[in-house]
Structure formats: structure tokens, C-alpha cells
Design a protein around this ligand. Structure first.
Ligand SMILES: Nc1nc2c(ncn2[C@@H]2O[C@H](COP(=O)(O)OP(=O)(O)OP(=O)(O)O)[C@@H](O)[C@H]2O)c(=O)[nH]1
Ligand SMILES: [Mg+2]
Length: 726
């Protein structure tokens, strides 16, 4: 048995011995090489002796341990624990303040390095229960995730999830909740009054007031008269652009591709009695949204009706737009120079639509005019000025600028360019603007003639550059303090959109998606990549193409945007086997190269109806041709001959048309078809022939049929593949 003081020495010896054992080879080297080296060096005698003693102690302890190991191995398993050796080791460990455990008991610890883990305490310290105080009132931003709401309500997310599940709403912890009623009901379940914090929403919206409300609330002393914004609307080819041309002495109509207007145009006209802002809108049915955008910002609507044609579908559309937005109308009955001009007919048609003309005692102003001869134009302008004066149009030029994007595009040199109409305030160069999801620091401003401007007041259309992206046509803009604020607001707005779209996506009904996938798998799909010159053309072309009526093939727009056709567009087209539509824009030179060396189909065009026709053709080409069987001849079986090699030969007479070898054949017995196959052999007397005409006899052998009977009819068919219609 080892006693405490001597144990201490033994312990250090054991430790050192363990180290020696773990690096046994090194130790051996040390004892031999290093000691030899040491001997060579001249050292004091006592140091040397001490060192030798240390070495010998090490070797001794090593020997002792080895001996103990052997003794332990010799012991029977059970006896190990009880042996005096085990007890000694236990005490040794206790002394070292190390737990004596199973590994020591089984002798596994001796040769190991001392890196065992500490045993965990058997007795856990119980914490005093914390009392959770749940809030009785809460104010939250929406959308809010289930996790965040639970955190705010001091609840477990699972509690909210199960409550929602009971209400029939299946959500996960990260799902966003945006329905005020659902959130408040949830709060009610846990006795918490939840209110919605809209401060963030208001910050992002900048103002909750419309431009009109803002103007109405402005002090009368700050308001100044502004030019009226008039929009020319009506059916295609009724003379809108021609009338603008004769007013402005321009030649817009002559420069238009395909002689139709496809963009919204904005111009200023200096009349002797004041400025007028003129908007030209397209009349083609595809540009409905452009017309709607025009109507949304207009003060007076000039309804152009060709006197020789009268009211047409897009005239009706314009009337309903004016009625919906309560915009005053002035009717320009155009083409009065034409012999077929009939203003009375137009008056009648207007009266039918509850627009009683002034000449018939009503309130709707009508002017007979001609864009070709100029007749009635000054009268039309006078009416416009009169109407504008009656409306007392005003704005505050001393406030921050607000307005609407009329059109936007991606210019090769300037980048994003937008034509905007300032509706209130004054816009200056370097002003920071916030659009829906893009921001700007106005770099340059140009008028319709390309003249640089530095200051733009209310009712003036202007082209601006310096935007972070292409803004949506029709979206509003508002000036803010500086670019930093503008960028921050835009970023916050877009991140909000992302949240919402993510949520919508997660909520997307799986079944609906699945059925859509199946539907698409069954249908023929024509993938399309659309590149256009201006933002507004995107929806016009998309809607026009989607309006092509067919159930056989579906159009799938995989990418659409403004700007030139790029290399990545061509690569995308290759991946999705898509067709590129290049409307009124160019193809980048690299992309052009790629198109030349690939199988990508590209359709270029400047006129909307040409593009529609092109796509119709491609849709047709993508459809599988339909198989048609056209009857060519009929033979009646008169006699059956048996032949050892072919089985049976039908001796026939041709009663109609011509029967040819290798044709599709159907055998009829008493008007019932009994077999379908191919005519493999056709003989006249003993000669093989290609065809036999009406009235002649022949021998017929079919590939899959032998069981002929007299009076059977053998009908032959030619197969044609025909192009289906849409
Ligand atoms: N005889 C005659 N022809 C006219 C008159 N006004 C326009 N036109 C002709 O009508 C055609 C269509 O004129 P536009 O001015 O392009 O018609 P629009 O309404 O602008 O057409 P979209 O913008 O495509 O809807 C042109 O060929 C004009 O020359 C007119 O007063 N008299
Ligand atoms: Mg036009």
C-alpha cells in the first residue's frame, strides 16, 4: 500500500513514465542519443548525477508499471476490482483529484494520455421557474412571420400554428401573415389586443395623398394656373395623329411604322392664349392599357371620330374611359373633307350613348374638322381653351415634384430613359426621385425637340435620365430630399415586395400548380422571349398575342423586357427552345453572331399586326399535322384461291376508283369493318402490278388477313397529313 507523501513522488513518476510510454521510441532515443551527447559536453558532476538519477527513476517506474500490468492481466476478470492493486489505483486517482472510473477499473487508463472527459454532475441544479408575462397589447408590422409574432406575444410558435390550424389555416413557422383579421383573431385567442403599425408602410408610401388631393389642400396663394393636359383618343386610323400634326405643324403621322401609332406621345403646344399639353394615344385595340394610362392623367379628352365611319369599338372604349374617370369630352368629328362624311350620323350615335351633342341641345361639344384641309382646327383649339378656362386648372410650382411616367425605355447610350409628366411642383436637375421600384438622381432633362432643360414646372412632359432601372409605364414618381433617401426607400419597398411574393408563392395551392403542370404537359407550348423598345409595348404585344384564340397551343412568355436582344436572351432561347420577338428594337452584334450559328428563331418587326401574323404562323408550324385517310378504290371479292405460300388470295373486281399496292386497306363484311392492314400483293392474271383501275379483275393479298369470303369489300385508302388550323 502506498502512503500519501510517497504517493506524490510515485504519481510524478507514473506521469513521467506515462509520457515516456506514449513516446516510447522517442524516449529510448533520448536515453541513448541525448545522454551520449550530454556525456560529451563538459558539465558539473552533481548535475550529471541528478540527471542520471532521474533517468534511472524513469526506467524504474516504467518497469513497475509494466509489472503491474502483467499482474492485472494475470488476475481473473472479477477479481480485478477487488484486488489490492485496484484499490491502490483508486486511491492514487483520488489523490490526483481524478475520478476513478470503469476505464481505470479495467486497466485501460494506464497507457493512455490524460485527456479523458470529466464526468457530468449527477445532480442538476434546478432553476427557479420564470414567470412569463404575456403582453396584453401589441403593435406589429405586417407582413409578420409566425415566428416573430409568437416571439412578440411571448408564446411558442407551435401554439400559434396549432391555433391557426384549428381555424383551417395551415402555416409553417417561417410563413408570413398579412391578413389583419387573422392576426387580430389570433391575438384575441391569447387575450392580446393586436393593432397594426402602419408607420413603415406610410414611410414607404411617402404620402397617402393623391396629387389632386395635395393640390386641393394647398394654400390658394401658392397655386398657379397650369396648362391643360389633353389626350387625343379614338378608333384606329380616325386621324388622331394627323390632327396633332396639323395643330403642331409636325409630321409625326408620316414617320410612323405601318402608319399606326404604337406609343404614347407627349407634346407641348403654344397657343396664343396659353400652353396646351397634348397626348397622342394609339388606336389599335392592343394598346388598351396605354389608352387607360393616357386617360388617367388627362384633363380633357378629345374624342376623334372619323365622320365617314362613325363610332367604332375603340371609340366606345374611349367613351367609357372618359365616363369612368369623369373627364370632360370634346368630340372632333374628323375627315369632313371626305364625301362620305356624315356628322348627323355621329351625333345620333353619340346621343345613343347618352352623350347628347350641343347642336342637338345637349352639353357635349362637337367640332367638324379635317386634318387634311385644316378646316375646324382653330375652332377645336378655341373649344379646348374655353373648356380649360372653365376647369380652372391649377398646381403648386413651389413644392416637391410629383408626376407620372408616360413611357420608359432602355437607351443604348443613356441607359434607362423615362418620359414623365410633372403634375405638381417643380422638377430640377439633380433632384432625387422615387418611382415604384426604382430611384433616380435626375441627370439630364430634355423636351420633345431634344432641348436640354434645367427646370420643369407642372403640366410639362419631359424626358429624364439618371434612373437606377426602367420604371413601369404609368407609375407615379415623387421627389425626396436626397439620393440616399431615395435609394433606401426603393430598397425597402422592393424587399417588402419580395416578402409578399414569397408568401404568395408559399401559399400557392399545390394542387393548382400540379394540375397546371399536367395541363402544360398535355398541351403544345410555344415559349417566347419578348424584347421591345418601350415599356408600354410589352403588355400591348403580350395581350395581343394572348388574344389569339386557340386551344391547341399555348404561348408561354419566359422573359419580357425593354432593350436590345442580348447574348443571354439567345442563350435563354436555346435552353427553353423559345422564339425571340424583337419589336421595334435591335439585336446586339454578339447576339446576332450567336443567332447565325444556332437554331434560334427570331422574329423582328416594327408593326404590331405583323408580329401577330408571324407568331400565328409559328404556332401553326408547331402543331402536329393531322392524319387524313382518303378513300381511293373499292374491290369486291368474287372468289378465294388457296396458295401454299401466301395462304389465301382474294380474286376481286374493282368496283370503284383505283386500287394500289402498299395502300392502307380495310375489309368490310356486311357494312362492318373486320380487318385493317396493308395491300402487300396485287396481281393481274399472273403479273405483279402497281395499280388496278375500275372494272378490272385482280388478285389481292393482305398482310394480316386470310379469311376472305365472297362479297367482302376491300377498300383502299391514301394517307394525307394536313396542317391543322389554330
Ligand atoms: N381625307 C382625310 N384623311 C385623313 C384625315 N385625317 C387623317 N386622315 C388619314 O387617315 C389615316 C390615318 O391617320 P392617322 O392620323 O394616322 O390616324 P390615327 O387615328 O392617329 O391612327 P392610329 O394612331 O393608328 O390609331 C392617314 O392616312 C391620314 O392621312 C382627314 O381629315 N381627311
Ligand atoms: Mg395615331
Amino acid at each position: 500500500m502506498l502512503h500519501a507523501p510517497s504517493e506524490k513522488v510515485a504519481t510524478s513518476k507514473v506521469d513521467e513514465a506515462e509520457n515516456v510510454r506514449s513516446t516510447s521510441s522517442r524516449t529510448k532515443d533520448l536515453t541513448s542519443k541525448e545522454s551520449a551527447e550530454c556525456e560529451l559536453k563538459a558539465k558539473p558532476k552533481d548535475v550529471e548525477s541528478k540527471k542520471k538519477k532521474k533517468e534511472s527513476d524513469k526506467v524504474e517506474s516504467l518497469k513497475e508499471l509494466k509489472k503491474r500490468d502483467k499482474e492485472r492481466e494475470a488476475l481473473p476478470e472479477k477479481g480485478k476490482e477487488e484486488s489490492g492493486l485496484g484499490r491502490n489505483l483508486r486511491e492514487l486517482r483520488k489523490y490526483q483529484n481524478i475520478h476513478f472510473d470503469t476505464r481505470d477499473r479495467q486497466g485501460l487508463r494506464v497507457g493512455e494520455e490524460r485527456t479523458w472527459r470529466q464526468r457530468r454532475s449527477r445532480y442538476k441544479v434546478s432553476k427557479p421557474p420564470v414567470e412569463v408575462v404575456r403582453p396584453k397589447e401589441l403593435s406589429v408590422h405586417i407582413p409578420i412571420s409566425v415566428k416573430d409574432l409568437a416571439q412578440a406575444m411571448k408564446l411558442k410558435a407551435s401554439e400559434l400554428i396549432s391555433k391557426l390550424f384549428m381555424q383551417g389555416i395551415a402555416v409553417t413557422i417561417n410563413d408570413l401573415l398579412d391578413d389583419v383579421t387573422t392576426i387580430q383573431l389570433l391575438g384575441h385567442e391569447f387575450s392580446c389586443d393586436i393593432s397594426i403599425d402602419t408607420s413603415e408602410e406610410q414611410r414607404l408610401r411617402i404620402t397617402s395623398k393623391t396629387i389632386q388631393e395635395e393640390i386641393q389642400e394647398t394654400d390658394a396663394s401658392d397655386l398657379q394656373s397650369r396648362a391643360p393636359v389633353i389626350a387625343f383618343m379614338g378608333h384606329v386610323d380616325h386621324g388622331k395623329t394627323s390632327l396633332i400634326d396639323i395643330i403642331r405643324k409636325s409630321s409625326l403621322a408620316r414617320e410612323e411604322a405601318g402608319d399606326i401609332t404604337q406609343h404614347i406621345g407627349a407634346f407641348t403646344y403654344r397657343h396664343e392664349q396659353g400652353m396646351i399639353t397634348i397626348l397622342d394615344t394609339p388606336g389599335h385595340e392592343a394598346f388598351k392599357l396605354m389608352r387607360q394610362r393616357g386617360a388617367a392623367i388627362t384633363d380633357i379628352l378629345i374624342l376623334v371620330i372619323a365622320g365617314d365611319e362613325g363610332i367604332m369599338p375603340q371609340t366606345d372604349e374611349s367613351i367609357s374611359l372618359a365616363k369612368k374617370a369623369s373627364i370632360p369630352l370634346i368630340v372632333a368629328i374628323n375627315k369632313c373633307d371626305k364625301p362620305a362624311f356624315d356628322s348627323d350620323n355621329v351625333h345620333r350615335q353619340l346621343a345613343d350613348r347618352e352623350l347628347l351633342p350641343e347642336v342637338w341641345g345637349g352639353s357635349v361639344i362637337t367640332v367638324n374638322c379635317s386634318a387634311t384641309t385644316g378646316e375646324g382646327i382653330s375652332q377645336l383649339l378655341d373649344m379646348i381653351i374655353l373648356q380649360a378656362e372653365m376647369m380652372e386648372l391649377k398646381a403648386n410650382p413651389h413644392t416637391r415634384a410629383r408626376g407620372t411616367v408616360l413611357e420608359s425605355q432602355l437607351h443604348r447610350g443613356f441607359g434607362p430613359v423615362a418620359t414623365v409628366l410633372v403634375q405638381n411642383g417643380t422638377l430640377k436637375r439633380n433632384h432625387a426621385l422615387v418611382f415604384e421600384d426604382v430611384y433616380a438622381r435626375v441627370k439630364t432633362m430634355y423636351d420633345e425637340h431634344g432641348m436640354a432643360l434645367t427646370t420643369v414646372g407642372p403640366s410639362v412632359p419631359v424626358k429624364i435620365t439618371g434612373m437606377s432601372g426602367v420604371p413601369q409605364a404609368g407609375c407615379e414618381f415623387i421627389a425626396v430630399k436626397n439620393e440616399k433617401i431615395a435609394r433606401k426607400l426603393t430598397e425597402d419597398r422592393t424587399s417588402g415586395h419580395k416578402h409578399t411574393s414569397l408568401q404568395q408563392h408559399s401559399r400557392g395551392e399545390f394542387e393548382v400548380l400540379l394540375s397546371r403542370q399536367q395541363e402544360l404537359a398535355e398541351k403544345k407550348i410555344l415559349n417566347i422571349i419578348l424584347r421591345v423598345d418601350v415599356q408600354g409595348s410589352i403588355e400591348a404585344i403580350r395581350n395581343a398575342l394572348l388574344a389569339i384564340k386557340t386551344t391547341k397551343i399555348e404561348l408561354n412568355f419566359i422573359s419580357e423586357g425593354v432593350g436590345e436582344v442580348s447574348e443571354s436572351d439567345v442563350e435563354l432561347a436555346l435552353v427553353f427552345n423559345a422564339i425571340i420577338i424583337c419589336f421595334h428594337t435591335q439585336v446586339e452584334s454578339h447576339a446576332e453572331e450567336l443567332i447565325k450559328h444556332s437554331s434560334v428563331i427570331i422574329r423582328r418587326g416594327d408593326i404590331i399586326y405583323q408580329i401577330i401574323d408571324d407568331i400565328k404562323e409559328l404556332m401553326l408550324a408547331a402543331l402536329d399535322k393531322v392524319r387524313q385517310e382518303i378513300e381511293s378504290g373499292t374491290a369486291r371479292v368474287k372468289q378465294i384461291f388457296k396458295a401454299s405460300q401466301v395462304g389465301a388470295i382474294a380474286g376481286c373486281i374493282i368496283i370503284d376508283g383505283i386500287v394500289k399496292r402498299n395502300q392502307l386497306v380495310k375489309v368490310f363484311r356486311e357494312n362492318n369493318m373486320i380487318c385493317e392492314g396493308t395491300l402487300t400483293s396485287l396481281k393481274r392474271v399472273k403479273e405483279d402490278v402497281k395499280e388496278v383501275g375500275k372494272g378490272l379483275e385482280c388478285g389481292i393479298v393482305l398482310d394480316l388477313f386470310n379469311d376472305y369470303q365472297e362479297e367482302d369489300l376491300i377498300k383502299t385508302f391514301d394517307i394525307h397529313y394536313v396542317q391543322p388550323t389554330l
